[in-house]
Ligand binder design. Structure first.
Ligand SMILES: Cc1ncc(C[n+]2csc(CCOP(=O)(O)OP(=O)(O)O)c2C)c(N)n1
Ligand SMILES: [Mg+2]
Length: 308
């Protein structure tokens, strides 16, 4: 979680240099969902993600240099520099793909789960998506199909309360989001998405259900995005949410909460934390240097992968 936080803070810090020319949707404040879910998955399990995918990609074990090179538009990026921040994938670790069309990750995860089943494995497919996905028809189509065929899918709803600048109360009737699973006769759990152990425990139960052939689960994790919807800045001044609300969530920082729990258990002290920050800081600096110094795609490759 700290590694993801430091990488995204470095992206935010350097974004104004205008060398990263793709939009970035940061997960700062939401790290416990990505890490808690992926900690319960095997390398061979599949993950499909959204526009806000850095944390999911990294938590699943995606290569950091390939991610940074992609964000810098370089040939060494995971999509050869053509996709940018919202198109991260790493086949080696089951990070199947991420894509920014809201909710479109869901049917792809359902297909991945069907393939895992047909291949005779007990693998599971997890798809992360935001609360904005609830307003897309394919949200229900995906859950219906997965429930009907008892597919091993984890539908991981990262409820950060907003779809861009519109709060849940202006978009949805007032009811627990987990109730949406009832319509599809599907299991569901809700947990504090900033509590790493709560995320892990709920995910572990969903994974066990999936591996045992008991079907999909909707996991609702409540969390909060600290920065603006898209970009490196804070936007509490533009009026769609209050500074007080932001400060309340910031006080429950998932990285700090996890560190506090580790300290209380005697597993983390100042020296270890400092060493960890040094080590991670060096890794992050190296990845940025790699990406900045890497070559752009060759000009004569401009028509590659273009169909029409
Ligand atoms: C089908 C579709 N409609 C609209 C958009 C524009 N859009 C991009 S992100 C976003 C908000 C998504 O909110 P949410 O799903 O809650 O994810 P969050 O950004 O909060 O992580 C919207 C509407 C889109 N990418 N795809
Ligand atoms: Mg949201």
């Amino acid at each position: 979680m700290l590694r993801i936080r430091l990488i995204e803070e470095a992206i935010a810090e350097r974004y104004a240099e205008q060398e990263m020319r793709c939009p970035v949707h940061l997960s700062i404040g939401q790290e416990a969902v990505a890490v808690g879910v992926c900690a319960e998955l095997r390398r061979t399990d599949k993950v499909v993600s959204t526009h806000r995918c850095h944390a999911h990609y990294l938590a699943k074990g995606g290569d950091l240099k390939a991610m940074m090179a992609e964000i810098y538009g370089k040939a060494a990026g995971c999509c050869g520099g053509r996709g940018g921040s919202m198109h991260l994938f790493d086949d080696d670790v089951g990070m199947l793909l991420s894509l920014p069309i809201v909710a479109s990750c869901m049917p792809i995860a359902v297909g991945a789960a069907l393939a895992l089943r047909q291949e005779g494995t007990d693998g599971v497919a997890a798809t992360f998506f935001g609360d904005g996905s609830i307003e897309e028809g394919v949200f229900h189509e995906s859950m219906n199909f997965a429930a009907l065929h008892r597919l091993p899918v984890l539908f991981v709803l990262e409820n950060n309360l907003y779809s861009c600048y519109t709060g849940l109360a202006d978009r949805q009737p007032d009811r627990p989001l987990a109730d949406l699973a009832k319509a599809h006769a599907m299991a569901a759990e809700t947990a504090d998405g900033n509590d790493l152990e709560a995320v892990r425990a709920a995910t572990a139960r969903a994974v066990a259900r999936g591996r045992a052939g008991e079907g999909p689960t909707l996991l609702v994790f409540d969390t909060y995005r600290w920065r603006e919807h898209c970009g490196p800045n804070y936007d509490n001044d533009i009026g769609y949410r209050t500074e007080a609300e932001f400060q309340g969530w910031k006080a429950g920082c998932p990285v700090e909460r996890t560190a506090a729990a580790l300290r209380a258990a005697g597993l983390l002290d100042e020296a270890l934390e400092a060493a960890l920050r040094r080590e991670l800081g060096a890794e992050v600096a190296e990845a940025f240097d790699f990406a900045r110094n890497a070559p752009f795609p060759a000009a004569d490759s401009v028509k590659d992968h273009v169909y029409g």
